[in-house]
Design a binder for this molecule. Sequence first.
Ligand SMILES: Nc1ncnc2c1ncn2[C@@H]1O[C@H](COP(=O)(O)OP(=O)(O)OP(=O)(O)O)[C@@H](O)[C@H]1O
Length: 653
Amino acid sequence: MRPHRSALFLLLAVTAVDSLIIVSTPLLLMKIIDDGILRDDMAVVTAIALVVAGLAVVDALAQLGQSYISGRIGQGVSHDLRVETFKHVQRQPMAFFTRTQIGLLASRLNGDVMLAQQALSTLLTSATSALTVVLVLAEMFYLSWLISLIAVGMLPLFVIPGIYVGRRLQRYSREQMQANGELGGIISERFNAGGAMLAKLYGRPREEADAFETRARTVREVGVVWTVYSRLSFIFMALLASLTTALVYGVGGGLVLNDVFQIGTLVALAALLGRLYGPITQLSAMQSNALTAMVSFDRLFEILDLKPLIEESPDAVALPAPDGGPAPEIEFEGVSFRYPRAGDVSLVSLESSALSPAEREKETAEVLHDLSFRAPAGKLTALVGPSGGGKTTTTHLVSRLYDPTSGTVRIDGHDLRDVTLDSLRDVVGVVSQDAHFYHDTIRANLLYARPEATERELLDACRSARIGDLVASLPSGLDTVVGDRGYRLSGGEKQRLALARLLLKAPSVVVLDEATAHLDSESEAAIQRALTIALRNRTSLVIAHRLSTIREADQILVIDGGRVRESGTHEELLAEGGLYAELYHTQFNRPGTNGTGPDGGGHAHEALVPTPVPGDGDLAARQPVVGGSLALGGTVPPGAGGDLVVRRQSEEH
Ligand SMILES: Nc1ncnc2c1ncn2[C@@H]1O[C@H](COP(=O)(O)OP(=O)(O)OP(=O)(O)O)[C@@H](O)[C@H]1O
């Protein structure tokens, strides 16, 4: 509220003007009757009537001003809240997003913020009513203490039901919001492209519609009760106001007949009564508004109170920017890791099927155990190993999606917990298996990596990533909309577009999860060449699924059961005859993984020495061959199709 202080003062000033007009009008009416009508003085009647009319216009303007200012304050607060919550959610760790149902989160950011704002605006208007009530009561006591006492005696009848109804309304508001959020959650989960596909293939539409209806019914039931309660207070107040008016006219009429005061005073008192109960009604609604606002604020603060697990240390230093200098080394030292407990990263109310409180606090199993290795600067380190061994988890720690439970991950000798998040993002580039693109143009998706990139740089990156031809063939070129609902890119095209994005970002460390999808040899070759460029001269950690990449690696780490079981080059590990050799014979050396013969040589180069993609830039393809070792496994003789042979990145410079 602090930033809105001046608006609050303005609101107070306008309210003061409004209140003065409200109390002066009945006095003027009294004068019109007692000094004008009863004394047959037309001049007085006309003059006072004109003043009353003028004041009415000023009052209307003051009320307009009041609504505008209180609206601005309410909207201002909700704007700040919404933006703050968005920024806070951005800072949450990945674990938060893997647990949270996005529809529920969206309902907090939209629905709750809106309700909080509405309640706050009404609350401000009601608060200003307090001033009016004080002035009106003072004037009534001045005119007749007896009538005023009757009016004041009736006040508890207005206030007590307000409190009761307010409590009920608060409870139903909370239930209604939760139920609405759940409805939104179902809609966003079932009707996004992936969810809709799953439902079509496996879903039972009737059961799904029934589940939706059950929740929709809750919204309806709670909504009906809420409406009745919110009307109830107004109906009751209106009834009481009418009864009190009757009482005042009854008692006041008697006082006029007994000449205690003139009829003008009675009319003024009745008019003041009308002006008293209006603001009092607002004041008693103030409590329920305050409570409604509290519900929404509570639900927002619940998110704001969630402490992000990954935070920048106050004296964090920047990692050296990747400006073409030597790439940094990555080092894992005694790293153990377990995924955070649900209770530490998410909120029960944002999960569609929350765990029990005991389960939420239960420690998760340790996934990485005392992992130590070095990924040498500028070299390719391949991670291989059985499924669930911890390869993906290891790469998550390099981009600091998570922090190790114990031990240290370093880049360029710096503990990642001591470097700024921005500099880490600049240094580390990640390409995941199923690269995500926003529902936007190819251009916008690429510029996301480097907003200042020129058209030429965008096209160069596409060419180097072997996606240039595809982009050129699209009717709208770079302006083709991709992503969730845009142009459907194939798996291989997506990976290459993701590589183009990576090339634009030009990080010095690359973390890559190779696609496992079976690709035809042309796509495979295109990706391989794009990769060679993307990884050149960069320190790379690649979860390798293709034999070509594995054999090209300067170092292979076999990760199994959260430990490094073996490390070495392809030849060394094969010679060892351990887990790697076993994996090689059972997994990598099968057709479709681009290794063929058990000797590992054979046609391994076939996928790497493809028919050139016509016209699709050839930065990689034209690299001269430096020695026979550049052909993977040394199977392609130097010069044989030499201009197409993929070079080992470590030998580029
Ligand atoms: N978000 C998570 N929360 C809790 N446990 C997780 C989470 N993600 C992965 N795990 C667990 O961590 C272990 C290692 O998983 P990880 O994904 O790192 O293995 P991987 O070697 O990459 O497997 P794959 O090759 O199948 O992708 C697995 O037992 C997995 O169930």
